[in-house]
Write a protein that binds this ligand. Structure first.
Ligand SMILES: Cc1cc2nc3c(=O)[nH]c(=O)nc-3n(C[C@H](O)[C@H](O)[C@H](O)COP(=O)(O)OP(=O)(O)OC[C@H]3O[C@@H](n4cnc5c(N)ncnc54)[C@H](O)[C@@H]3O)c2cc1C
Length: 449
């Protein structure tokens, strides 16, 4: 069935998952009605560029994509409202302005929300999240008038914020409770290098540090760390992770666990309701990144009337989007075990860089992280994603360059790859794309890899 002309698809959410679902549903079913209902006033914006908006490198207009006009051209309706309840049996939903809508198919793309640590004073008005455009707008107003910022959370978003705020002239302290930075992406050694580079940029980094309380003291705040001293600063930014938005799905009786549970077609347990993006859980994985949200959105949109596209869980790379340091990683360092071969390139020269590969006994690269020099990462990423088997004789050379050369040789028949210098998105083809489909920058921001 290709969708009757008068069928209505409602998509909850206008992030990358919701917008990708709308685009693919329109392509697959040209005649249906498509309506996006979103809590975001003006719809889709480039969430991953919010840091650069906060520090004034991008204007608010730069955050909105040209996909916006695509929606109008493709007859996709937009309603700014929050869905508060769903009645799966009767195919109806209600929004926070008490309006009721009927749907034939519903796609939930409601994203995630920041997880605030249970710390005394976390709710005081000098503490800011950095997840939505509203968060970023609030933070931007204050940041321009303050001198010092303490950032809670040494994951990717915390490190990016620290680099951007320091480059913006702020005195930055970065606090991480585990023993090293970006523990989901880096090994001990590469994290130590990152630590050193941040220090060189005058960012004070405190690891093994759990914040106990945040006390407002006039126009400044005191951040108390367990068994340690206070850090005094003007404001605090919290980037300690996010969790899927589950409330409306849960209240509607849809199966949830940590996220809304979907099958490989992005279908939920409720008839005619699909889900995609940060709100979902697939094969026990939460997917809290941009690319899986986009891929899941494309699947959900195509599958609403005919199950035709399967989502396949992959390894996704993470890139630090900072002009200050180049850093890319793929795979989980916690999955490295004693049987894997570790190949390290530790360049101890002036521009010190560490590149690490972990290769399984089957010859598959399961993890890679390049810090302070990402040359060759694109090739490795390709090998990881394609599960390319590296021959034993290459692995035995214990040389990163030998592995990269081998990967190059295998893929040499393919055309060039391009990497977006802003967000790390990689594009295959003879020419770079006119516009990065992830962060929206122009083709001049792409470098050949
Ligand atoms: C500063 C920053 C940098 C980032 N950098 C990267 C990066 O480099 N790489 C990467 O992979 N990821 C990055 N991320 C994460 C990435 O942005 C998210 O994974 C991605 O945007 C999730 O998309 P989504 O569509 O699933 O959810 P969201 O973008 O969160 O969209 C959810 C949508 O649902 C709407 N909504 C929620 N509840 C309701 C409701 N009840 N009714 C109606 N609408 C509702 C919201 O208003 C919103 O429109 C970054 C995030 C931030 C904040």
């Amino acid at each position: 069935m290709s969708g009757k002309n008068d069928s209505t698809l409602i998509i909850a959410g206008s992030g990358i998952a919701g917008i990708s679902a709308a685009i693919s549903a329109r392509q697959a079913y040209p005649h249906i009605n498509i309506i996006i209902i979103s809590g975001d006033e003006k719809g889709f914006y480039n969430r991953i560029a919010l840091d650069s908006f906060v520090t004034g490198k991008r204007s608010i207009e730069d955050l909105y994509f040209n996909k916006q006009s695509w929606l109008e051209d493709n007859r996709i309706g937009f309603i700014h409202s929050k869905i508060i309840s769903i009645d799966p049996e009767n195919h109806k939903l209600v929004t926070d302005d008490s309006k009721e809508y009927s749907y034939d198919k519903l796609i939930l793309a409601t994203g995630a929300s920041p997880l605030l640590p249970p710390v005394d004073g976390i709710d005081n008005n000098r503490v800011y999240s950095l997840w939505t455009l509203q968060d970023a707008t609030n933070l931007k107003e204050t940041l321009s008038t303050c001198e010092s910022v303490t950032i809670l959370g040494g994951g990717v978003l915390g490190v990016e914020a620290a680099l951007d705020f320091a480059a913006f002239g702020k005195q930055v302290t970065l606090i991480e409770k585990s023993s090293f930075l970006m523990p989901s992406q880096l090994t001990d050694d590469s994290s130590k290098l990152l630590f050193k580079i941040l220090n060189q940029k005058n960012i004070s980094v405190l690891t093994n540090s759990t914040v106990e309380s945040i006390i407002k003291n006039g126009s400044s705040v005191k951040v108390k760390i367990e068994n340690k001293n206070y850090v005094t600063c003007d404001i605090v930014t919290v980037v300690t992770g996010v969790a899927p938005n589950l409330k409306i799905a849960k209240n509607a009786g849809i199966n949830i666990n940590r996220g809304i549970i979907t099958d490989k077609y992005m279908a939920t347990s409720a008839p005619d309701i699909f889900a995609c993006g940060n709100c979902t859980e697939f094969e026990n994985n939460l997917n809290l990144l941009w690319n899986p949200a986009m891929e899941q959105g494309i699947c959900a949109g195509q599958n609403i009337f005919k199950l035709q596209k399967e989502y396949v869980q992959k390894k996704y790379s993470v890139h630090l989007k900072s002009l200050e340091i180049s850093l890319s990683s793929i795979g989980n360092p916690l999955e490295i075990n004693g049987n894997d071969t570790i190949i390290n390139l530790d360049n101890t020269g002036e521009n010190k860089a560490i590149k690490t590969l972990a290769i399984s006994t089957e010859g598959i690269i399961k993890y890679a992280a390049f810090v302070n020099d990402t040359d060759g990462f694109y090739q490795i990423e390709k090998a990881v994603k394609n599960r390319l088997e590296i021959p034993v004789e290459i692995i035995k050379q214990n040389s990163l360059n030998a592995v990269i050369e081998y990967v190059n040789k295998i893929y040499e028949k393919n055309s060039s790859g391009w990497v977006c210098q802003m967000c790390g998105y990689t594009h295959e083809g003879e020419n770079p794309p006119n516009v990065c489909c992830v962060c929206g920058v122009g083709k001049d921001q792409f470098l050949v890899t």
